[in-house]
Design a protein around this ligand. Structure first.
Ligand SMILES: Cc1ncc(COP(=O)(O)O)c(C=O)c1O
Length: 440
């Protein structure tokens, strides 16, 4: 029989083997490649079971707003766990959380519902959009990622959905404003935002006249922390209006200070009708949300009794965790730290663009940053999987965790990363790039 949980702490290798005996394959790529079992985290540092230290630039892919084990967060969860954890009766932490969220969100998004995961919140937003508009089509974008349930997978703009269909009908799609990899091979701004025109045409030609909403990441995360030009979101807002549809901004990753401001879509000039929220909202506790205009949020059947709710969404323990996360982001002004540290990060990335020929582009807003690794700057051909995975492994061996196993390397460290953690992580990353360049 396998040892019980009271067995002495085993090595990373042994724990991975024991886990793999029961866990289905398909873990997040960086966890598979690292092959390490983590034991402890503080701030932007992690230690594995062997006691090796790592600087964490992955940050749970944007989840870890507060850094590992922030004392206020730990205490709030401990305190609430002793009082009440289960159920959807009204509770003080939920009331306080909703009031705080209403304060930090754009004023018009005053009505919220709470869920457990990102995809669930986006599915709920789709239900609400259908309930309000009485229509059923959605426009989403190439490269987009909104989750892995059927409705959100239908909107997935990548090959990852292949083999998993059929999906619900009513999904229209158009290219995202990804200027580095423009599918029209044009250059901004001389392109005249052809992608926005194309999106309008896509609706005109593909729609059955039932567009309920445009669903968009204000900045695309999974596609490689892509930042669109300033005209993109306002153009989509006007297309939504033209077709009597809602604008849903999926701020799962961009929300709560990640891009240097509390939310990305108002900064990019739009007032979405619905916003979906997650990740940093609860810094690791599974809580997500949607926020909507009050005149939309009461639409039925979404708003019928038991229509908008779920078993775990906003239970007292989850609400206490999210309350601790959001109040700490506000009290410690972590959006400002994200801006400050993001600028330093980007300056360093720009130096690497000059230093390493395989760095094709760098970009970033706050602590939402990316570096494109290419084998040829002219053709922008992505650096091979073999090389990027090697880069990641070099980093793990040196003690830096970043999403460098793919050609579009993404960085989203904790919002409260310190100067020391940041410069140490960047030094280690530069060492790995230097080693890669020597072996390339
Ligand atoms: C923009 C966006 N929406 C939705 C999701 C899905 O969230 P979850 O994995 O919690 O279902 C993600 C996850 O990465 C995301 O980045």
């Amino acid at each position: 029989m396998t040892p019980t949980t009271s067995a002495p702490i085993a090595s990373s290798e042994e724990l991975r083997a024991r886990e793999s005996a029961h866990l289905t394959p398909g873990l997040q790529h960086f966890a598979i490649l690292a092959g390490r079992a983590m034991a402890k985290g503080r701030g932007s540092k992690l230690w594995d079971v062997e006691g090796r230290e790592y600087i964490d630039f992955i940050g749970g892919i944007g989840v870890n707003a507060l850094g590992h084990c922030h004392p206020k967060y730990v205490k709030a969860i401990q305190d609430q766990a002793e009082k009440l954890t289960v159920g959807s009766f009204t509770s003080e932490p939920r009331v306080k959380l909703l009031e705080l969220l209403a304060k930090v969100l754009p004023k018009h998004l005053s009505h919220l519902q709470l869920y457990s995961g990102g995809t669930e919140a986006v599915e709920a937003a789709m239900r609400l959009a259908k309930s309000h508009t009485k229509k059923w089509e959605f426009l989403s974008f190439w490269g987009g990622f909104h989750g892995k349930t059927m409705g959100t997978m239908a909107m997935m703009g990548t090959t990852a959905k292949q083999g998993l269909g059929p999906f619900p009908p009513g999904n229209l799609s158009a290219p995202y404003a990804n200027c580095y990899r423009c599918p029209f091979k044009l250059k901004y701004p001389s392109c005249g935002m052809l992608c926005a025109e194309f999106a309008r045409d896509a609706v005109k030609h593909q729609s059955a006249g039932a567009l309920a909403a445009i669903v968009v990441e204000p900045m695309q995360g999974t596609a490689g922390n892509v930042i669109p030009p300033k005209e993109w979101l306002p153009a989509l807002a006007s297309i939504a209006k033209e077709f009597g549809a809602l604008l849903i901004a999926d701020e799962m990753i961009t929300g709560f200070g990640r891009t240097g401001t509390m939310f990305a879509s108002p900064e990019l000039g739009v007032q979405p009708d619905i916003m979906t929220l997650g990740k940093g909202i609860a810094s690791g506790f599974p809580l997500s949300a949607l926020a909507a205009r009050p005149e939309i949020s009461g639409a039925k059947p979404y708003a019928a009794p038991s229509g908008s709710s779920s078993s775990y969404g906003g239970n007292p323990l989850a609400a206490a965790a999210a309350l601790a996360s959001v109040s700490t982001i506000v009290d410690e002004d972590l959006a400002a730290n994200s801006r400050r540290q993001g600028e330093k990060f980007l300056t360093r990335l720009n130096e690497w663009k000059d230093k390493f020929p395989f760095v094709g582009e760098v970009r970033g807003k706050g602590l939402f940053l990316a570096m494109e690794l290419v084998s040829d700057r002219e053709t922008k051909a992505p650096l091979s999987k073999e090389k990027t995975e090697k880069l990641y492994q070099l980093g793990v061996a040196k003690g830096i965790l970043s999403m460098s196993y793919a050609a579009a390397v993404r960085f989203q460290p904790a919002l409260n990363i310190t100067d020391d953690e940041l410069s140490k992580g960047l030094d280690l990353l530069e060492e790995t790039l230097t080693e890669l360049s020597r072996s390339a």
